[in-house]
Design a protein around this ligand. Structure first.
Ligand code: TTP
Ligand code: MG
Length: 413
């Protein structure tokens, strides 16, 4: 099949992952308020603490057990699940209501996307908490379950929030699979299982079938994806136009959409958490050097140059500090990354640290024709520009130090 003449990879040869974070906004609130773990949490849009206006953006799975759900009025949610602060009786179920803090959720989302870009070259983020990955070039079907399990663990370790993952030979089935066993789900649908996996599901589960189409399908005697798959294609096209053909394809497990990456990452990074917060500076420096090495291995493999080198330091309970230094020209210079990272960590000596990260940003994805600071200095000081500006990693006039407390400086296109 083709799209505008572009060749498609046959779907049975593709391995597509759909990653969808569990009750995302509520999980973000739990990350910074760990005492909310396992408790009913409701995040409200247009909601203010102690008030009852606004609507539910999301509810944790514990709150969903009390029929609190997205888009419901907060006033209605409060009837089903009273505010925890107002109930003295701890035996009564009660909800912890929090207002939406989008900037914070976006910063967590960026941390998740960092991990996705670490493990796959083809990543398409489709919302704040959802992305498709194509990993066909990295593994075969036999390796897919372990890969997905490791990815879930890695997301949890690096970003502190839980994800559900679906793996399938195409996007529409992968999305259904990620939703199939939420929360903390992992469902792998191998190519020869797609038809039997989809068959018992309600038609509304399929991409492209909304409540109205589902109702019409029901009036035609079609309730499940299996029945839709068996239905006469001409009849569907007659009734729904070209969409009828598309949903017929999806029901049969055919979806030739390709996971198109939205752009190159804005940064490359690696992070690692200590089992327990530590103030052993030797330990911290060793970990930082290992992280720098891992990041520069990737930049060298992908021929990426960077202008900014940074670290991220998380101190208890979950305070994120970022420090970075910008050079005046792009380089790929592993020893320099290590040196700057070690320099930037100095100010944290003596403080307990629970998590560390190294990041390079301001990336250029051109074939590198200079790969070290020395080469850059040579090229910058050409004969017609003998005093040409050169990067000043140690703090010269062209060096910019950024001290930014927000993790949201780590952005992707
Ligand atoms: P979803 O992925 O649809 O929901 P979710 O992550 O909260 O829960 P699930 O475990 O079922 O995936 O949406 C992601 C975030 O988008 C959600 O946390 C809050 C926000 N959102 C709204 O603000 N309003 C809405 O109506 C919905 C559905 C989501
Ligand atoms: Mg979600």
């Amino acid at each position: 099949m083709s799209d505008g003449g572009r060749p498609r990879v046959p779907s049975e040869e593709r391995i597509v992952l759909h990653v969808d974070m569990d009750c995302f906004y509520a999980s973000c609130e739990r990350r910074r308020e760990p005492e909310l773990q396992n408790k009913p949490v409701v995040v409200g849009m247009g909601y203010e603490a102690g008030e009852s206006h606004g609507a539910v953006a999301t509810a944790s799975y514990e709150a969903r057990e009390h029929d609190v759900e997205s888009a419901q009025a907060i006033s209605q949610a409060l009837e089903r699940l009273p505010r925890a602060e107002n109930t003295d009786d701890s035996a009564e179920p009660a909800g912890h209501y929090r207002p939406v803090d989008l900037a914070y959720y976006e910063s967590v989302s960026e941390e998740v996307k960092d991990v996705l870009h670490e493990v796959a070259d083809t990543v398409r983020a489709v919302s704040i908490d959802e992305a498709y990955l194509d990993v066909s070039d990295r593994l075969g079907w036999e390796g897919a379950p372990v890969f997905a399990r490791n990815l879930k663990a890695r997301i949890h370790e690096a970003a502190g929030v839980p994800a559900s993952i679906g793996v399938a030979p195409n996007m529409s089935t992968a999305k259904i699979a990620s939703d199939y066993d939420k929360p903390d789900g992992l469902v792998v649908v191998a190519p020869d299982e797609v038809r039997s996996f989809l068959a018992p599901l309600a038609t509304e589960t399929l991409h492209g079938v909304g409540p109205v189409t589902a109702r019409e399908l029901r009036s035609m005697g079609i309730e499940t994806a299996g029945e839709l798959a068996e239905a006469d294609r001409h009849r569907l096209v007659e009734r729904f136009g070209s969409r009828g053909g598309t949903v017929h394809d999806h029901a049969r497990g055919h979806d030739d959409r390709v996971v198109e990456p939205v752009g190159n990452p804005k940064s490359l990074s690696n992070e690692s958490a200590f089992t327990e917060a530590t103030d052993s500076f030797d330990h911290i420096r060793d970990r930082l050097v290992a992280l720098a090495e891992e990041v520069t291995t990737r930049t060298s493999q992908r021929s990426v140059l960077y202008k900014t080198i940074g670290i991220k330091v998380v101190t208890p309970p979950f305070d994120v500090h970022t420090r970075s230094r910008s050079l005046s020209g792009p380089v790929d210079d592993p020893p320099l990354v290590e040196r700057i990272a070690l320099d930037l960590i100095e100010e944290f000596e003596g403080r307990p640290i629970r998590k560390l990260g190294v990041r390079v940003s301001n990336l250029s994805f051109v074939e590198a024709d200079q790969s070290s600071l020395e080469d850059w200095e040579r090229s910058a000081a050409e004969p017609n520009d003998p005093g040409g500006a050169s990067p000043q990693p140690d703090g010269g006039p062209t060096t910019e130090n950024e001290c930014d407390r927000q993790a949201s400086v780590f952005e992707f296109l």
